[in-house]
Design a protein around this ligand. Structure first.
Ligand code: SF4
Ligand code: SF4
Length: 342
């Protein structure tokens, strides 16, 4: 598919606009996670995306199927989020976002149910107050679990089947021994899905290669993951990793010498920040060495200055795609699959 899309490009045919997009609803955040580029690297200015700007973005995509409403920030900080979800649901779009749960009050939870949100992904990288505070930079573990349990009770009381709640665990040497407790937290709260995420590292904070489990896990660590796969299966919890790999495969499997190849995001998906900057994917804000590199290499256009049709088929995006097909892709792609997965 990728090859035919490139040759289409070479023939000046226009690539169809993506059906799947990320829109960063806010860049503000109430945590200081020690593996997050927002905490550790230069970042775009703090701002919420207004509903008006949001609508001006989504109205440019004629065939949207899936919208992820997070980027580097906590989506629940944007008070217009339920309105955005409702707008997308009226178009029949599948809507989800990741959240830290600190602001998942009964009122916000009810708003999410009423708006028709499909998935609520709770980021949970520690399983007790101390480790959570160490990794996520704030002492909020108890509050979050009070919120999440109350939200699930609310859903049960209303027989609401959506949003599906899942737990997202960024696995590191630091926290992998806690994985069995995460499974207990999920089963006690009635959460049906757990995702094991690979650490995206860039040698700052906890985002260190020495923390990564990918091809660096010990036999004991692999055994923890394997046992959790069994426990989840016996308790009816879906335990997954990114893409098609099982959690265990996701930390041990080999990649080839061009680890980015096989990714089709440059042709099928785009990521728009709350300042309107258009990036290739959700990994693009990771690992840049300066604001200049971020601007020059990662930002492919700005949707408040040009239409997405112009950007998507414009020179910078096409140059990014040409590099992507060569042996010298953009730096964030060059190690993709080694540092993280697609
Ligand atoms: S990982 Fe998410 S919650 Fe944590 S600091 Fe980054 S944006 Fe905020
Ligand atoms: S960083 Fe990875 S996921 Fe993103 S476009 Fe490049 S290869 Fe694909």
């Amino acid at each position: 598919m990728v090859v035919s899309q490139i040759s289409q490009n070479q023939d000046q045919a226009l690539l169809a606009l993506p059906r799947s997009i990320y829109i960063e609803s806010t860049t503000r955040c109430n945590e200081l996670c020690q593996q997050c580029p927002r905490t550790l690297l230069t970042r775009e200015e703090d701002r919420d995306l207004s509903f008006e700007n949001f609508r001006s973005i989504v109205d440019q995509f004629p065939a949207l199927e899936r919208v992820v409403l997070h980027g580097l920030g906590e989506p629940l900080l944007n008070k217009e989020l339920p309105k955005m979800i409702r707008y997308l649901k009226e178009r029949g779009v599948y809507v989800l976002f990741n959240s830290n749960g600190i602001l998942l009050t009964e009122r916000r939870g009810q708003e999410l149910i009423d708006a028709g949100l499909d998935e609520y992904r709770l980021s949970m990288d520690g399983t007790n107050r101390e480790s959570y505070a160490r990794i996520r930079g704030v002492d909020a573990f108890d509050k979050i679990w009070r919120n999440v349990r109350a939200f699930i009770d609310l859903q049960k009381a209303q027989q609401a089947t959506k949003p599906v709640v899942s737990l997202w665990f960024t696995a590191m040497h630091e926290n992998i021994p806690e994985l069995p407790q995460l499974v207990d937290l999920a089963s006690n709260a009635g959460i049906p899905e757990i995702y094991l995420q690979r650490l995206v590292y860039f040698e700052e904070g906890l985002a260190q290669s020495k923390q990564s489990l990918f091809r660096r896990s010990s036999r004991e660590e692999q055994e923890i993951v394997r046992q959790c796969e069994e426990t989840c299966a016996s308790r009816g919890i879906r335990f997954k990793a990114a893409g098609t790999a099982t959690p265990l495969e996701s930390i041990v499997r080999e990649t080839d010498s061009r680890p980015w190849s096989g990714c089709n995001r440059p042709y099928t998906l785009t990521y728009i920040t709350s300042s309107g900057n258009v990036l290739s994917c959700c990994f693009a804000p990771f690992g840049h060495r300066s604001a200049k590199e971020y601007r020059e290499e990662r930002v492919l256009g700005n949707i408040f200055q040009q239409s997405i049709a112009e950007i998507w088929n414009g020179d910078r995006y096409n140059e990014f795609r040409r590099a992507f097909e060569s042996d010298h892709p953009a730096r964030h792609c060059s190690q993709c699959g080694l540092n993280w997965s697609y």
